[in-house]
Design a protein around this ligand. Structure first.
Ligand SMILES: NC(=O)c1ccc[n+]([C@@H]2O[C@H](COP(=O)([O-])OP(=O)(O)OC[C@H]3O[C@@H](n4cnc5c(N)ncnc54)[C@H](OP(=O)(O)O)[C@@H]3O)[C@@H](O)[C@H]2O)c1
Length: 322
């Protein structure tokens, strides 16, 4: 703030008022720190690349894509690109929408037995006629690169359990963002909106492990606004475009927006733009730090997938050497 324009002739009272007005203006126009997930993910990929270069064997990642959903195809393409960049060996399995559950299970079994593969990722959602839980259960736990297996989730939730072999990527990405931003979690009030197996539930467990006091909101939660308003840390994983408004956010809170939603936008060539579950334009004036959408949690999810692949590969090498 520049106070040098204050004239020597003005009274102390006038000067004090001017100073106060300037401070107020700075406060209301202040913008949260934008947590740059793209840059953070790039740093992590560079760290992992250096780690991979020291390994005797390249880690291997298998990505299974079923059907022709454009969003799934885009995610898979981004994951494969990140894997290639760090020189991870990758196996692609692309199956048609009409694939039977039996055929898909057979493909997973083949990957379970493939010694070049350390991690298997089956891109969700799967077509309606396939039972997702059965397919996920068929992935060997030591190749469960998404960390979704009951054993990995169970160990994540247990106090004093074994260390999970892999942590779910999006929740791990959220925690890594908090860590790299220097956000204190101990004793803080955290609210997680959403309780899905892949995001909300593991995020709430991870925050609890970091000594935050965690409240989980979901579709049946009453008066969610007032719960969110008390939170020092808000993680939104709902799938509802801009549901969390700026006036729900406690001044100075840290906001991690996991949501990826399409919002109509006639100014864009494709007719829409991507927005989060939080109204970024409002929340950035209240929060102390916030993740953007896109460019926030998304790239971190992919970086965590690479990290999990490297960890599973290292664990296997260690097991085989024992
Ligand atoms: N950035 C990334 O890498 C990444 C990764 C995964 C997901 N995502 C995005 O994150 C969002 C959530 O994904 P998800 O897979 O967790 O979704 P999900 O499985 O559909 O779960 C949504 C959760 O939000 C709750 N919910 C729905 N409507 C609500 C409302 N009006 N008020 C409060 N809670 C409500 C649901 O409550 P109930 O349990 O009561 O139904 C559920 O727990 C989506 O936008 C998804 O695209 C992003």
């Amino acid at each position: 703030m520049d106070t040098t324009t204050t004239t020597l002739s003005s009274s102390p009272l006038k000067r004090a008022r001017k100073l106060r007005d300037e401070e107020e203006a700075t406060k209301t126009s202040s913008v949260a720190r934008i947590i740059d997930g793209r840059r953070m993910a790039k740093d992590i990929r560079a760290e992992l690349k250096a780690e991979i270069e020291t390994m005797a064997r390249k880690p291997g990642l298998a990505v299974v894509l079923v059907g022709n959903r454009t969003d799934s195809a885009t995610y898979v393409r981004m994951k494969k690109k990140a894997a290639a960049e760090v020189e991870i060996f990758s196996v692609d399995v692309t199956l048609p929408d009409s694939v039977t559950q039996e055929e898909l299970l057979k493909a997973v079994k083949k990957l379970n037995e493939d010694p070049r593969v350390d991690g298997i990722l089956v891109q969700l959602p799967l077509p309606k006629h396939i039972d997702e839980a059965t397919v996920l259960k068929s992935i060997r736990v030591d190749k469960d690169v998404d960390g979704f297996s009951a054993l990995n989730i169970g160990n994540l939730c247990l106090r004093g359990g074994d260390e999970p072999q892999a942590l779910p990527c999006t929740p791990a990405g959220c925690m890594e963002m908090l860590r790299r931003t220097g956000v204190q979690t101990r004793g803080k009030r955290a609210v997680v909106i959403g309780r899905s197996n892949i995001v909300g539930m593991p995020v709430s467990q991870m925050l609890q492990q970091l000594d935050a006091t965690v409240t989980v909101c979901h579709s049946k939660t009453l008066d969610m606004e007032s719960i969110v308003r008390n939170a020092d840390i808000v993680v939104a994983a709902v799938g509802r475009a801009e549901m969390v408004r700026g006036n729900w956010i406690k001044p100075g809170a840290v906001v991690i927006d996991v949501g990826i939603n399409r919002k109509d936008d006639a100014t864009r060539k494709r007719g829409y733009r991507l927005v989060g579950d939080v109204c970024f334009e409002e929340a950035k004036h209240v929060a102390s730090a916030i993740t953007p959408v896109p460019g926030g949690v998304g790239p971190m999810t992919i970086a965590m997938l690479i990290r999990n692949t490297v960890r599973l590969a290292k664990a296997r090498t260690k097991r085989e050497a024992a």
